[in-house]
Ligand binder design. Structure first.
Ligand code: GLN
Length: 489
């Protein structure tokens, strides 16, 4: 009987490659066959370049045959959210604005993955310019949740999450500005990690809100997330916010950390709006740690809970209005066919190129930065951001990690929140403050609702303590088998 590789972890696949029981070409072909079988229904992919992937896979197999394999990722396909540059591949940000744009260069994460021998495979769907929580804001149509095709996969990295959950790819990259890795990971029943701000280079990531954006991994296991993080983390002189820190060997470090840990549970993250089934699954995870001898402490994060959404939508929109100014039909992006003069060309190009949510954010961001409003909105938001950061720093002095739900509900129906921006914004209530504070956060599967929808557990760590955070997440993962369940597609 033919082996079924569909839901194997990257670590397992790497083992088969190393043992000579699988070739990268076979693996890439298996992924492509799965994409062809299911992606018509899931729509995780915006595009993929079969020929380029197979060339890279052949090269990987040749290296291995010559005894020159580059490590655990050599020959493993990795998908990219369509906001991260891969030379010669489309980079659309799921926007009409960039529908025909092909990247002339590699992002730093891409360069590093190629150097590790990974095979870039596919451009994954997302909310336009990473603005959203459901992947419904894509100009190319929504992605469906593999567990229930009538529901959203979360967002904005919904394609990256759905591709892993649907068995199309073992690893993908997403970006997280306010929750866009952790929330779709939770809604799709996989692992998603947002690194500490500054750990992973943003060079070659189309900017949404530069002080919040981070690239991070989606995977089937915590170990796999560590593997992918290892390849992309570390200082880059091309990103001035990239931190000069030694990157530890995450997997070796994780193997040495057994706890018991001090885990803080922010009481405000369990209040109104939390779905009871999600709450119960997260409570059970708290019991797991308590039984393992961890000290569970109730902590309080009032500002993070009450002010984070408002602060985020002032800062993120302000930064977005500036970052997206370059898409004017001249320097970048769609150019309107008919225009009276250059000013009209800007207007028409931007009117035609951007979708409604992106326009809403640009208008809000321009407003909060305008003279007369700057002090009242933007400056004040920055001050509250500092207070939120301090609030987290204070509780993390006495806790190794914080624990909460990732998202207040399991996956919602396609269309359910799309006409109500505020309801959509609230789906990030537990993730958004982590970006404002620049901290690392991970979502791991922690159960299913009665309807069979995945639930995610969020763990928040200390700055640059990804190894600690991954260890704590893996402790839970190893005692449960949620990641052995797969959607029926
Ligand atoms: N949902 C949030 C927003 O729309 C966060 C998105 C993200 O993390 N990219 O801005």
């Amino acid at each position: 009987m033919a082996r079924d590789l569909t839901f194997l972890s990257a670590t397992e696949l790497g083992g088969l490659l190393a043992a000579g029981q699988l070739t990268s070409v076979e693996l890439v072909q298996t992924c492509l066959a799965r994409v062809q079988a299911v992606d018509g229904r899931v729509h995780a992919f915006n595009s993929y370049d079969e020929a380029a992937a197979l060339v890279a896979a052949h090269e990987s197999d040749a290296r291995r045959a010559a005894g020159q394999a580059r490590g655990p990722l050599d020959g493993i396909p990795v998908g990219f959210k369509d906001v991260i540059a891969v030379a010669g591949q489309p980079l659309t940000c799921s926007s009409r604005m960039l529908a025909n744009y092909v990247s002339p260069y590699d992002a730093t994460v891409t360069t590093r993955l190629k150097a590790a021998g990974a095979i870039p495979l596919g451009r994954l769907n997302m909310d336009e310019f990473a603005m959203g929580s459901s992947t419904e804001n894509s100009a190319f149509g929504p992605t469906a949740n593999p567990w229930d095709l009538s529901r959203v996969p979360g967002g904005s990295s919904g394609g990256s999450a759905a591709a892993v959950a649907a068995g199309e790819l073992p690893l993908t990259l997403g970006s997280d500005t306010g929750g866009s890795i952790r929330q779709p990971a939770a809604l799709c029943g996989i692992v998603g990690l947002k690194p500490t701000y500054g750990l992973v280079s943003r060079y070659g990531l189309a900017a949404y809100a530069s002080s919040l954006d981070q690239i991070g991994p989606f995977a089937r296991t915590v170990d796999d997330a560590a593997l992918l993080l290892q390849a992309i983390a570390g200082h880059d002189e091309r990103d001035s916010t990239s931190f000069k820190a030694e990157v530890p060997d995450y997997r070796a470090d994780m193997a040495k950390r057994f706890g018991p840990w001090r885990i803080g549970v922010p009481k405000e993250f369990f209040g109104a709006g939390l779905d009871p089934e999600v709450g119960a699954a997260v409570q059970a995870a708290i019991e797991h740690y308590r039984k393992a001898g961890c000290e569970i402490r109730e902590v309080s994060l009032p500002l993070a809970a009450e002010q984070a959404i408002a602060v985020y939508y002032l800062i993120a929109t302000a930064e977005a209005s500036s970052n997206l100014a370059r898409y004017d039909g001249i320097r970048y992006g769609h150019r309107a066919a008919k225009a009276k003069d250059v000013v009209d060309l800007y207007f028409q190009s931007r009117a035609e190129g951007f979708g409604d949510e992106v326009k809403r954010r640009i208008i809000l961001g321009t407003h909060v930065l305008s003279s007369g409003y700057y002090d009242a909105y933007y400056l004040r938001a920055q001050k509250v951001r500092t207070l939120i950061r301090n609030e987290f720093a204070a509780v993390l002095k006495n806790c190794d990690a914080l624990l909460s739900p990732t998202s207040p509900t399991a996956a919602f129906k396609i269309g359910e929140k799309s006409s109500n921006p505020l309801a959509m914004y609230l789906t990030d209530i537990y993730t958004i403050s982590v970006n404002l504070a620049g901290l690392p956060g991970i979502s791991v599967p922690c159960g299913f609702t009665a309807a069979g929808l995945p639930v995610g557990l969020q763990l928040i760590g200390r700055p640059f303590d990804e190894a600690g955070l991954l260890s704590i997440a893996r402790h839970y993962e190893q005692a449960h088998d949620w990641n052995s369940r797969h959607p029926n597609l």
